[in-house]
Write a protein that binds this ligand. Sequence first.
Ligand SMILES: CC(C)(COP(=O)(O)OP(=O)(O)OC[C@H]1O[C@@H](n2cnc3c(N)ncnc32)[C@H](O)[C@@H]1OP(=O)(O)O)[C@@H](O)C(=O)NCCC(=O)NCCS
Length: 176
Amino acid sequence: MINLEPLVPEDLKQVIEWNINSTPEFLLQWSGEFEYPLTREQLDKFYHFGEKETGRLSFKIIDVMTCQAIGIITLQIYKEISSGTIVKFLIGEESKRGKGIGQKALARMLHKGFTEFCLRKIKLYVYEFNKPAIRCYEKVGFVKERLLKGVRKVGDSYWDMFEMSIFEDEWRNRTH
Ligand SMILES: CC(C)(COP(=O)(O)OP(=O)(O)OC[C@H]1O[C@@H](n2cnc3c(N)ncnc32)[C@H](O)[C@@H]1OP(=O)(O)O)[C@@H](O)C(=O)NCCC(=O)NCCS
């Protein structure tokens, strides 16, 4: 069982620790922007703690058995178009991935977005090679909308990225 709890500045130390032995590529894979090594400054700049009206809902994913944070997820809300985007989604420890936690966290996030914030559509971006993430997203109902080719140059290669989305009515049909 997992819960989503609001992310607070004290949680950022853990986020940095999860990424200490990672790589620049992995950091880019989940964050889309952070540069290796991950620093407190980069996280503070993204999360804007204390600022109002960022439209950003950031949560830690809590394992209710241990009360430990095991990951993070953010929903960026665009009120004017009743739309949201999932960003900065990470299950921190590698050993905890692939066990269904991501699907549960995402399902909670969709429920919040569609019921509490009355969104019409929620989307996300995922690199084409990130098969476990794509499977996780498809299993909660996201559908590939388009492939954005060569959006990121990493070393000598170019990374392609899928835009995936789920609409409120599709979500409701799946869950009711
Ligand atoms: C992406 C992420 C958040 C998903 O969370 P998760 O808990 O690992 O995902 P889940 O276990 O709920 O779902 C993953 C699915 O992919 C499957 N899977 C695992 N490895 C796979 C692979 N190489 N190819 C295809 N599917 C794979 C899992 O078996 C699972 O499917 P199942 O429920 O049918 O067994 C997590 O893996 C993660 O933090 N990855 C690193 C950071 C990252 O890439 N973030 C996403 C940025 S867009």
